[in-house]
Design a protein around this ligand. Structure first.
Ligand SMILES: CN(C)C(=N)NCCC[C@H](N)C(=O)O
Length: 289
């Protein structure tokens, strides 16, 4: 099993993650809290109340976890294509796989990464939703979680391993098809702008990666909202009876627009994050031969 894809996936994912985390914090807050009037209001309030550091809450854990998550995604995707088409990453420009194979390999990568991602994502969302300033201010209550390890330990103590996988179902449903869409969009755009048999230029990779990110996140947003709400359930809002109950009661209370909360910020974040992720992934694999 070629291992370079796993390492390239890890490094490229980490670069994309740092770039996109401030957008991600605003998105999670808009999806799970009703105190903000929109993106700008959320950004202004976060900055005033918590300074620039507020945008980077909950980032240390994803940085550590991206080693697992993105390397599983890209490593499984590439190795699934190897099984399906008997071609290595280097051979795939000369013998491009069919879009069906790309979709199936993407879904497989998405499905497996979702299970690795679930506990890390839960902790990230819980920490991002703590709006208390970092520096202790007189009269303000201390945040519920002191950091990622404390957050993980508290959830584990209260609810056991199952608690750490809260929202995992919604996450799997979100990521399995949308990662198929992600890789198909990337491949399709690369092929449109690249002569047969050649490697795509850096510009093509940036644009194709960016649009792959946007397309997949547009498709993922409805389940992303549900996933974030289920992860927060039981803390501030009421616990839901399951995924369907969360969907129905969110739609009843807030209208169908609720499924598109965070869509704009998700898309704005997705372009630079995935442009950088794919560019560094392709570059690393090319330079390792
Ligand atoms: C629609 N979904 C779930 C994705 N496209 N997932 C791939 C993640 C890529 C990058 N780390 C990001 O966070 O955008």
């Amino acid at each position: 099993m070629p291992a370079e894809e796993f390492v390239a996936g890890w490094i490229s994912g980490a670069l994309g993650l740092v770039l996109g985390h401030p957008f991600d914090t605003v998105k999670v807050r808009l999806q799970t809290q009703t105190t903000y009037r929109g993106i700008v209001d959320c950004m202004v309030k976060t900055y005033r109340h918590e300074s620039l550091l507020g945008f980077f809450k909950g980032m240390s854990f994803p940085i550590a976890s991206i080693a697992v998550v993105n390397s599983v995604l890209f490593g499984v995707y590439s190795n699934a294509l190897l099984v399906l088409t008997a071609t290595s990453h280097q051979e795939r420009r000369a013998q491009p796989p069919s879009y069906t194979h790309v979709f199936v390999a993407g879904c497989t990568g998405g499905f497996l990464q979702a299970y690795c991602l679930a506990p890390f994502d839960l902790i990230k969302v819980r920490l991002q939703n703590q709006t208390e300033p970092r520096a202790k201010q007189p009269g303000s209550p201390p945040p519920r979680y002191r950091g990622p390890v404390h957050c993980a330990a508290s959830i584990f103590q209260a609810e056991g391993t199952r608690g750490l996988f809260r929202g995992a179902w919604a996450l799997t449903l979100r990521d399995t098809p949308t990662l198929g869409i992600y890789f198909v969009t990337y491949e399709w755009l690369c092929r449109q702008f690249t002569p047969d048999g050649q490697n795509p230029s850096s510009g093509t990779v940036l644009v194709a990666g960016g649009f792959a990110g946007i397309t997949s996140w547009v498709a993922a947003t409805p389940l992303d909202v549900i996933k974030s709400r289920m992860q927060m359930a039981g803390l501030k809002q009421r616990a839901y009876g399951g995924l369907l109950d969360c969907m129905v009661s969110s739609a009843r209370q807030e209208g169908l627009g609720v499924f598109f909360r965070g869509l704009i910020i998700n898309s704005a974040r997705a372009f630079p994050v995935n442009a950088v992720t794919f560019l560094s992934y392709e570059y690393l694999l090319l330079s390792w031969g």
